[in-house]
Design a protein around this ligand. Structure first.
Ligand SMILES: [Zn+2]
Length: 215
């Protein structure tokens, strides 16, 4: 394992390499950021946002938590989303889960883990709502990975159901929300084909902006 002084030495070497490539990179970046993407991913150390999609600092705004959940009462995630959409005006929100997610595994193992159980309760609910489909899968790993995919699909909807996103659409701001899943085994991310880019794609019950207007 690297020692802390080695990390700082790594940092110096990295900054030197970037400057050698582009002498004004940091000067330019320090003045503004204009990323087109918001990444909402798992906190798992094996799923780093920038590296996976080959983007430089400044090109992707990042929020990560255990099991890449978008919970409407989570002020952290909601604040990130609001800033990304309303100030940075990102064009795409990428919800990126990963197979073999430890958070999702922990939600299903029936044991007490501490504070995180409250967070993982969201996943237990998701499992319960899909119990019939889930229980038809024999392999435990496959069942877990299926829930990893279902979780991404649900979080894409959770993003789309926020006031922030629906107000953006109402203003005519282009905003597309995507669901991806990443494989730790081969380093490849896959689009789950559940993108949402307009309020017409939502169930009426979740179209909050129309509700606000009527009120
Ligand atoms: Zn994870």
């Amino acid at each position: 394992m690297a020692k802390l002084y080695e990390l700082l030495a790594n940092n110096v070497a990295w900054a030197d390499r970037v400057k050698a490539d582009d002498p004004h990179f940091f000067e330019r970046l320090s003045k503004t950021q204009a990323p087109e993407y918001l990444w909402i991913g798992c906190a798992d150390s094996r799923v780093p946002a920038n590296e996976i999609i080959g983007l430089l600092p400044g090109e992707v705004f990042v929020h990560r938590n255990i099991a890449n959940l978008v919970v409407h009462t989570d002020f952290n995630c909601m604040s990130v989303l609001e800033y990304a959409v309303e100030v940075l005006k990102v064009k795409h929100v990428l919800v990126v889960g990963h197979y073999g997610c430890g958070g999702i595994r922990a939600a299903l193992d029936g044991t007490h883990h501490g504070l995180i159980d409250n967070w993982l309760y969201n996943i237990k609910n998701l499992y319960y709502r899909n119990k019939y489909r889930m229980d038809s899968i024999d392999s435990e790993d496959e069942r877990l990975n299926f829930l990893c995919e279902l979780n991404v699909m649900q979080q894409v909807k959770n993003v789309a159901h926020t006031h922030v996103v629906q107000r953006a659409w109402e203003r005519g701001q282009p905003l597309n929300i995507h669901g991806w899943i990443y494989s730790l085994r081969d380093g490849l991310a896959k689009d789950l084909g559940v993108s949402i880019q307009s309020p017409e794609e939502l169930a009426d019950e979740f179209r909050v902006v129309n509700g606000l207007k009527d009120g």
